[in-house]
Design a binder for this molecule. Structure first.
Ligand SMILES: Cc1cc2nc3c(=O)[nH]c(=O)nc-3n(C[C@H](O)[C@H](O)[C@H](O)COP(=O)(O)OP(=O)(O)OC[C@H]3O[C@@H](n4cnc5c(N)ncnc54)[C@H](O)[C@@H]3O)c2cc1C
Length: 400
């Protein structure tokens, strides 16, 4: 395989511990995700085998401080981990991110009881986490969520619906965002740990998606569900801001996942075009094909530079909001078109999941469908433009 595709230009920035985490992720992708990913998609089922192996592989507490049993990885190492996982399968990678975020939230904001009881289950992989912000009527305008959390003594009483919940089909712990005071707008939002088996919770059937079905995405309904106020993760007044702070890292990690999809697609296309002959010569000898894949390589390099620059800024404690938006926008856009280009140079074989000439099958149809998802998760592409444009005009408007 070509060195410029497989050698990662940002590995020098990792500490020895971080490099070990990336190695773990790389092995996990090859040993656990690759062999099963096509079956998860074909059968439209959650990547249960991957989640079962995630804890033993040491990949459930990536964002949890080491003193609490996690691995305390920084943004650059996390991006490398997600690039490795998504090169095998975006759905399994994103499912893992959502779970890791739940573990981080409990470790950093949970009460003693949650840290003693829930955190070990999240770290071992016994319990799967999910993040519930989006609702059937509310996505991008997250401050407008309508799921209600009303105080009744030392309990929250929750009523409403949540949609597009990654890991919904198998989640055992929910990080739910709800509105405690509709007149307060985003300042009324609170984040609470909710047990999906509590009375009044209904888990809806997983959605049938174009791709990335292994994320078990679906919805929940809450009808007077009771949760202890003590299980509040981020209190009223701070929860919305906390979600917005976490979104920078989330967007960088989507950028890294796109790098994984692009990298793997380019590798498969390079090998296939070297093997296949047309008009008496390898497909790879045709300049038109070379230029298409050269453009894929350029977009991969550019996406990596933006993504890892944003990761580095975040790691250094600098404001990474705009750079993360640039990275996610660029990554989602080029991945959607460039994975298709990689398929195109492979001829009809590129379109076939069970292509006999590709060892282990052809991941490109799965990667192409998953690439579309990157234009929605952690903020649609248009919302990245909202973030970028707001900052462009900040000096003129005086608004941050
Ligand atoms: C597979 C999958 C998994 C997901 N997992 C989760 C999860 O685990 N938890 C969770 O909470 N959410 C999750 N989401 C939801 C995701 O965050 C939302 O889809 C996203 O925020 C966009 O919201 P929406 O789909 O409701 O689109 P809408 O907000 O309804 O937007 C519709 C269109 O209008 C555009 N638009 C909106 N506002 C503006 C504007 N100001 N200017 C210009 N254009 C605008 C949007 O970009 C979009 O194209 C998931 C989504 C998918 C597809």
């Amino acid at each position: 395989m070509a060195d410029h595709v497989s050698d990662h230009p940002f590995d020098d920035a990792l500490t020895d511990d971080e490099a070990a985490i990336v190695d773990d992720a790389s092995r996990f992708a090859a040993d656990v995700i690759e062999p099963m990913a096509e079956a998860w998609e074909r059968e439209r089922r959650f990547a249960a085998e991957a989640f079962a192996a995630l804890g033993p592989a040491g990949l459930t507490g990536l964002l949890v401080p080491t003193e609490l049993g996690g691995r305390g990885a920084g943004p650059v190492a996390l991006a490398r981990v997600l690039e490795e996982l998504a090169a095998a399968d975006l759905a399994a990678a994103f499912s893992a991110v959502v779970h890791n975020n739940m573990a981080r939230a409990v470790a950093t904001s949970g009460n003693e009881g949650l840290i003693a009881d829930l955190l070990p289950r999240l770290l071992s992989g016994e319990t799967l986490g999910a993040f519930l912000l989006t609702e059937p009527e509310v996505g991008s305008d997250a401050a407008a969520i309508g799921c209600l959390a009303e105080r009744d003594g030392d309990e929250w009483v929750i009523t409403g619906r949540k949609a597009w919940v990654t890991n919904a089909s198998h989640a055992g712990a929910l990080n739910l965002y709800a509105q405690s005071d509709p007149s307060a707008g985003h300042r009324g939002i609170v984040s609470i740990v909710v047990d999906p088996e509590a009375p009044g919770v209904t888990r809806t059937e997983p959605y049938e998606l174009l791709g990335a079905n292994a994320m078990g995405t679906g919805g929940f309904e809450f009808d007077g569900v009771r949760a202890p106020v003590a299980d509040t993760l981020v209190p009223v007044g701070q929860a919305f801001a906390a979600a917005m702070v976490g979104i920078d890292l989330a967007r960088i990690l989507v950028g890294a996942m796109c790098c994984g999809l692009l990298r793997r697609s380019l590798e498969v296309a390079l090998a296939a075009t070297a093997d296949r002959h047309v008009f008496g010569a390898p497909v790879a000898d045709k300049q038109g094909v070379q230029w298409m894949l050269a453009d894929v390589a350029t977009d991969l390099e550019a996406t990596r530079l933006l993504t890892y620059r944003a990761a580095r800024q975040l790691q250094e404690g600098l404001d990474a909001t705009v750079m993360a938006a640039h990275a996610k926008k660029q990554a989602a856009r080029v991945t959607q078109t460039r994975v298709a280009d990689c398929m195109q140079v492979m001829g009809a074989t590129g379109y076939r999941r069970d292509a006999p000439t590709i060892p282990g099958g052809n991941p490109l149809p799965r990667h192409l469908a998953a690439a579309k998802v990157t234009g929605y998760i952690d903020g649609a592409t248009e919302i990245q433009n909202v973030v970028i444009a707001r900052r462009l005009w900040a000096p003129a408007t005086g608004r941050p």
